[in-house]
Design a protein around this ligand. Structure first.
Ligand code: HEM
Length: 152
């Protein structure tokens, strides 16, 4: 199933070569992006408990997750880690609407880093297109644990 999904969104071998390059650009800004993300999330009074200690732990874990995604070979190890992640969010009753918008907010922030990076426009376009695919793929796998049987 993973291969089928990957094929549908057209993550080619070329696309997956760009993952580590994309993460290299984003990583120096990742702490700031994630701090903003959790500050915003906290301000919206979503039904999950985000103490300062939790946030610090989550920033580390999220960074690890994105790093793993962008260096991923879209194999079973990666798929299992996303599955665990989706299940964890389902366990804490994170509403799908917040989960989807959370992904979207992070994707916009990552896109802004690429837009602001000094490189030819054509390269920016390619990276942004690849970023779209990476985030969509991750989100699709995570969300599928909420009820569908895509992993069966
Ligand atoms: C508004 C959206 C979101 C909220 C409110 C939220 C909240 C949380 C909370 C409260 C936990 C802690 C669960 C625990 O105590 O173990 C958690 C775990 C985590 N979240 Fe989110 N989350 C959101 C979206 C996302 C997104 C989009 C990602 C990116 C893929 C993400 C990545 C993670 C990771 C990596 C963990 C750690 C899971 C583990 O323990 O291994 N979260 N999230």
């Amino acid at each position: 199933m993973i291969e089928k999904l990957r094929s549908f969104i057209e993550i080619s071998d070329e696309t997956s070569q760009w993952g580590p390059e994309i993460w290299q650009i984003i990583e120096p800004r990742a702490d700031a992006i994630l701090e903003n993300f959790y500050t915003k999330t906290g301000a919206f009074d979503i039904n999950v408990d985000l103490t300062p200690d939790t946030v610090e732990r989550l920033i580390g874990k999220q960074k690890q997750h994105w790093r793993a995604l962008f260096s991923s070979k879209f194999d079973e190890e990666y798929a299992n880690s996303v599955r665990r992640l989706g299940i964890r969010h389902r366990e804490i009753n994170l509403d799908l609407a917040w989960y989807v918008l959370g992904y979207a907010a992070l994707k916009v922030a990552f896109t802004e880093v690429i837009i602001d990076s000094p490189m030819p426009p054509i390269k920016k376009g390619r990276y942004i297109k690849a970023l779209e695919k990476y985030v969509a793929f991750d989100m699709a796998l995570a969300l599928s644990t909420y009820g569908a049987t895509v992993f069966d």
